[in-house]
Design a protein around this ligand. Structure first.
Ligand SMILES: Cc1cc2nc3c(=O)[nH]c(=O)nc-3n(C[C@H](O)[C@H](O)[C@H](O)COP(=O)(O)O)c2cc1C
Length: 214
């Protein structure tokens, strides 16, 4: 074993804020929306931030944080650059995972499922609602591509600010994805690592609900 850079084994958190004895919701989306609302009410930091997991064609998983921008009855929508690493991986495999962690409520929700692009109209609509600097950034930043230095990015920002002095159109390579989960796990932290874990698995159109060991 090599030298420790830091000791983390003595960092222990006791989870005591809730329990999940009964399953109240036959529909996992209603369950999720309730937990999401409660994360808001408790002022959890960035409750709409989640870890998006994608996988490359040779099976290498990768993850990054993105924002949920819409919560629908069938899934969640995020916006990004379709030419980014995640965009490339999604074009190779439409299977993804999503992970929300709400520290303030000692909860995590795991989702797995398939992802697809949203309509051009929906992407246009959301893009138009973004602040101008973010709209310019979507043109200027070739997300995930190697660039020589910061100045290169700043120059591209300047270029697109001059190119679009008023309305900024949506770049064709920028838009939304809809994640349609077929699996959910709702995790509530409990004392002694005896956490509650309730899963929903989609079989045809019905949800099978079951508990798994912590
Ligand atoms: C709190 C937070 C929210 C983020 N939200 C987004 C987002 O909604 N869309 C996005 O493309 N990147 C978002 N990012 C940046 C991504 O984590 C990531 O750096 C970027 O999407 C490039 O990822 P990729 O190279 O794997 O494609 C966010 C980062 C953080 C820390």
């Amino acid at each position: 074993m090599t030298d420790h850079l830091d000791k983390t084994r003595n960092q222990r958190t006791d989870f005591t804020k809730g329990s999940l004895d009964q399953v109240k919701h036959p529909d996992p989306f209603l369950f999720f929306s309730e937990w999401y609302r409660e994360a808001h009410e408790k002022n959890c930091a960035d409750p709409h931030a989640f870890v998006l997991g994608t996988v490359s064609k040779d099976g290498q998983p990768s993850s990054r944080i993105v924002y949920m921008r819409e919560l629908l009855a069938e899934g969640i929508i995020l916006y990004t650059n379709y030419h980014s690493r995640k965009g490339k991986e999604i074009s190779e495999s439409n299977k993804v995972s999503a992970l929300f962690y709400w520290d303030c409520n000692e909860r995590q929700v795991r989702m797995e499922g398939e992802i697809e692009k949203v309509s051009e109209e929906l992407s246009d609509d959301y893009f138009a609602s973004r602040p101008r600097i973010s709209q310019i950034g979507a043109w200027a930043s070739e997300q995930s591509q190697e660039i020589p230095d910061r100045a290169t990015l700043d120059e591209r920002v300047k270029y697109f600010e001059e190119k679009y002095p008023e309305k900024v159109p949506r770049p064709p390579h920028w838009g939304g994805y809809l994640i349609k989960p077929n699996y959910f796990e709702f995790w509530q932290g409990r004392l002694g690592r005896l956490h509650d874990r309730i899963c929903y698995e989609k079989n045809d159109s019905a949800w099978k609900i079951f508990r798994i060991a912590p």
